[in-house]
Design a protein. Sequence first.
Length: 369
Amino acid sequence: MPLFSHRPSPSPSLPVTSSSSSYSSKPVKPQRPNFAVPATRTHWSIIVFSTICLLIGLGGIVFAVVALRRPLPVPIFRCGKYEDTFRAFYSGSNSRQLGGNGGFVDRPKLLGFVGVQTGFGSFDRRAALRSTWFPSDPDGILRLEQATGIAFRFVIGRTKDAKKMSQLQKEVEKYRDFMIIDVEEEYLKLPYKTLAFLRAAFFLFEADYYVKVDDDIYLRPDRLATLLAKERTHSLTYIGCMKKGPVITDPKLKWYEKSGHLIGGEYFLHAYGPMYVLSAEVVASLAAARNNSLRMFINEDVTIGSWMLAMNVQHEDNRAICDPRCTPTSIAVWDIPKCSGLCNPVSRLKELHEIGMCSKSPTLPPDDR
């Protein structure tokens, strides 16, 4: 018997099956063929993806075109609910420059800010002012600001009367010369309006001085600038036509002071209400005061005067801002003491403006003596 039994090897062309008794292995698992993804499926994926991208791109282009053609709303520059309509107008044009650095700034640096206090029933007064010393268009206001370093705005509160607010909005859109503050416009609430005005002016403008002016006086902005530019050693300054007098305790009389018993028989020194000036440090303290922390009297000028006593300010009495007639040195003209402002202001403003001494006389240098 041969030592080795020879058995033919399986042919390489024939598959090996589990029926071969000479191999005791586990059944061989058939391998799945590695077929490639059909080219048509790949092409469809690319087409769908490209179509989505194209639609997104077209949507962006359409949105951009619509946004550019849509009229832009006029922005209102504000701090809280305080609105400066003038600066909003100038921000919308690259051809106009506003601000101390040659372009628009959020809080422009100024020598002074003048808030002309007005009300809903004073349209005729504002018209008279715009025809005299107050510029009648935004470009004129800007030129005056650049020439004097002083910004000018009409200051008005709000009302629940929708008709009055609508009329005001039309005037705003025409002239762009308002600061609208968040306070109810009411004569008996003038101290509250004044405080709201000072806070709004301080947060919207960085000025060396803040000036309160009524809408029934004739003002020379150039001479006011000369007054404000004068060097002073006291940072807490209160400039006005100072007065004293008996406290009115009779409710039947004008200027009745309900809290007169807290003052005594005579008022402390304080400025007449139609015009006065406060330095930046004074206004900064008032702007930072907590609500209801300041005493409010009935009369606005008395209220301001009481605050000034508490703040240890420098009282600067200047009769040039309450001159009853036009002179070479008069800064503001009004019919003191006959009227609080000009008597019959609409006609008197125009009359004064026709007088060369009022409107055309040169500005004299300040008297430092």
